[in-house]
Design a protein around this ligand. Structure first.
Ligand code: CAA
Length: 382
């Protein structure tokens, strides 16, 4: 077994770390305060190949592996969790299914601009009555001639307000359950009958837009269908498996930021005549944060390695996602505690890490759903 990253992985990690520390971290508080979409960061991440890390170079991706993707996303998210989720959705929720199931023509037209970071992609699955129960979605796609006529409302769509393209999950017949679900690519800037609805006010990841997408007799050409009818739900679940590695990496990055800030603060903060880092009460917290984050990172790298080697990674991705996000939440809460009163005010980033970490336990499958995925594999129900 070899835990050493390759020269290329090390080089990319260093490059992303440097970029994130110098270009992203200094504006993270401003992005959080103003809720501004980090347009300039997205374009620069695109130029560095980080908006389509594992997408082949012929479709303007970086053609690298998922282990590198995890390393890069941890670094980006350590600097800014909102930038992390925008990159994760672009790479995984949009990039993965279009790359895995799209035709050559679809990839050239709809994948290359997103993987190259010129425009953003998003994934429209969730509805108000179809969250954990993804198969219950009601958004309807009726085939009329050479077009699907789409009617429905999607909620909580990450990057939905700024994305150019989305992979949209819809049903051709609600009575047929998951078997009637299809995925299609929609050009959100060029589809009459589509509009962005409410943009949500959230607790954290405030520079990442979370929007309602409204389809009213929206026409989508039949050639935008991904794969064949009947394959949509399985495409969706395998895309979510890949996406969960991305969210785990985002969580790990947030946890690492909480740890680094707490280490720095505890060295400087003097109480009872000494830096608080010299007290065991603080040391134990730091040690637990570091140990759990290391374990989470190793689990993420294992899941990514399995994916890179075309091995089943469904269980390992679910384990890594829920463990990393639980650990990140614990680290962020302990980070606030170490900062004491200063952890509760906006002058320091500790409170932002706590608000940002929480969503990682919820989106791309709640941590309860992840435990179900793991348990079903253990028991042999899948
Ligand atoms: N890959 C491929 N196929 C799979 C699969 C997988 N991981 N898991 C199940 N399947 C197949 C099954 O084998 C079954 O096929 P057969 O009937 O041919 O055997 C079919 O899919 C249906 O499976 P289930 O009956 O197990 O499906 P289910 O309705 O019980 O749902 C679930 C399973 C795991 C609970 C699923 O609904 C799920 O993952 N829910 C969570 C949804 C989710 O993650 N939403 C996140 C939204 S995106 C988001 O949050 C993005 C963001 O903002 C950042």
């Amino acid at each position: 077994m070899n835990f050493a990253p390759t020269e290329e992985q090390k080089m990319v990690r260093e490059m992303v770390r440097k970029f994130s520390e110098t270009q992203i971290k200094p504006i993270a508080a401003e992005l959080d305060r103003t809720h501004r979409h980090p347009e300039e960061i997205c374009r620069q991440l695109g130029e560095m190949g980080l908006m389509g890390v594992a997408v082949p170079t012929e479709y303007d991706g970086a053609g690298m592996d998922n282990v590198t993707y995890v390393m890069a996303l941890i670094e980006i998210s350590k600097a800014c969790a909102s930038c992390g989720v925008i990159a994760s959705v672009n790479n995984s929720l949009y990039g993965y299914p279009v790359n895995a199931f799209g035709t050559e023509e679809q990839k050239k037209k709809f994948l290359a601009p997103v993987a190259g970071g010129k425009v953003e992609g998003c994934y429209a699955l969730t509805e108000s009555a179809a969250g954990s129960d993804a198969a219950a979605l009601k958004c309807r796609a009726e085939l009329k001639g050479d077009r699907y006529i789409v009617n429905g409302v999607k909620t909580f769509i990450t990057s939905g307000n700024i994305a150019r393209y989305c992979v949209l999950a819809a049903t051709t017949d609600p009575a047929r359950g998951y078997k009637a679900i299809i995925n299609m690519i929609v050009d959100l800037k060029n589809t009459p009958g589509f509009k962005v609805g409410k943009v949500e006010e959230k607790m954290g990841i405030l520079a990442s837009g979370t929007a309602e997408l409204i389809f009213e007799d929206a026409e989508v050409p039949v050639e935008n269908l991904l794969g064949k009818p009947g394959q949509g739900f399985k495409q969706m679940l395998s895309g979510l498996d890949a996406g969960r590695i991305g969210i785990g990496a985002q969580a790990c990055g947030i946890g690492r930021a909480a740890l680094e800030d707490a280490v720095e603060y505890s060295r400087e903060r003097i109480q009872f005549g000494k830096p608080i880092a010299t007290f065991q009460a603080i040391q134990f917290k730091l040690a637990d944060m570091a140990t759990e984050l290391d374990a989470a990172e190793l689990m993420l790298l294992r899941a990514a390695w399995l994916e890179d080697n075309d091995l089943d990674f469904e269980k390992e991705a679910a384990m890594a996602k829920y463990y990393a996000s639980d650990v990140a939440m614990r680290a962020a809460v302990e980070g606030v505690q170490i900062f004491g009163g200063y952890g509760y005010i906006k002058e320091y980033p500790a409170e932002r890490h706590m608000r940002d970490a929480k969503i990682c336990q919820i989106y791309e499958g709640t941590n309860e759903i992840q435990r179900i995925v793991v348990a079903r594999k253990l028991i042999g129900l899948r």
